[in-house]
Design a protein around this ligand. Sequence first.
Ligand SMILES: C[S@@+](CC[C@H](N)C(=O)[O-])C[C@H]1O[C@@H](n2cnc3c(N)ncnc32)[C@H](O)[C@@H]1O
Length: 286
Amino acid sequence: MDAELMHDIYTQKLTSEEFGIIQTYIQEKCGIRLPLTKKDMVEGRIRKRLKALNLSTYGEYIALVFDSANPDADREQLNLIDTITTNKTDFFREPNHFEFLTQKVLPALEKQGYGMENTLNVWSSACSTGEEPYTLAMVLAEYFGVKGNFRVYASDISYSVLERATKAVYTEEKALGIPHELKKKYLLRSKDQTSGLVRIRPELRQKVSFGRLNLMNDNYNLPVEMNVVFCRNVIIYFNHQTQYEIIGKICHYMLKGACLFLGHSESIHGMDLPLSTMAPTVFYRI
Ligand SMILES: C[S@@+](CC[C@H](N)C(=O)[O-])C[C@H]1O[C@@H](n2cnc3c(N)ncnc32)[C@H](O)[C@@H]1O
């Protein structure tokens, strides 16, 4: 890229009108609210797309993304969604949820034969780069054995995070959140010891299926009804009405008595839903 173009990109600003177009599109398509305080963040993230596409202004980018005559517009809309979504996650994030699962939820499910003669189905509904569903798979494997009768479904709106999740390769630094004993059981070290990379073992990877799903869709078309759903640190980006509609749709895919885990700063307060509280941010399907 020539120095002049680089210079141009860094001096470019996203105008209020251009920000408004992105804001409306992202809100309608993904449910994500982008208040004006996010303008600089959006500008910085889209700048990466300008660089990748060799464009010099935000106006050119918007014309390209929203031009119905442009055959690449659909693909770039997906890139835009990937760029705007926040994918922060960790293994064993909010660890008391996994303790609650092991101490309260799994014993109750085991009594009903789940994890043994009945398949226990768990859904990580905004799985990002895979740390949450692999944590769930480790917790279930610890409880029922890795050959236990359980399956983890994992979905997200962003293709790029799903690609990384499927590869299941992480830096050793990322894996620091995994207890030592579990690392020994469920992680493979790279053959190149200096790479600083680890991979989830195949027997655990086989327990997790990934697919793209936009929680804004009318219908989720999941293959089974779930015993446990993790919907954490995603509805926080949506407005109250969207949160209500999404949790309502998730409830359709929960068996009676199934558990829903939300992120620690998320709530269903004031929503008329078929859920009852078990613990803060943990609910069961009535
Ligand atoms: C902050 S991450 C949370 C990851 C994980 N659940 C956790 O708590 O660590 C939020 C994820 O939600 C996804 N997301 C945002 N909007 C979505 C939507 N409409 N449908 C499905 N996933 C969405 C993002 O792509 C991102 O990977």
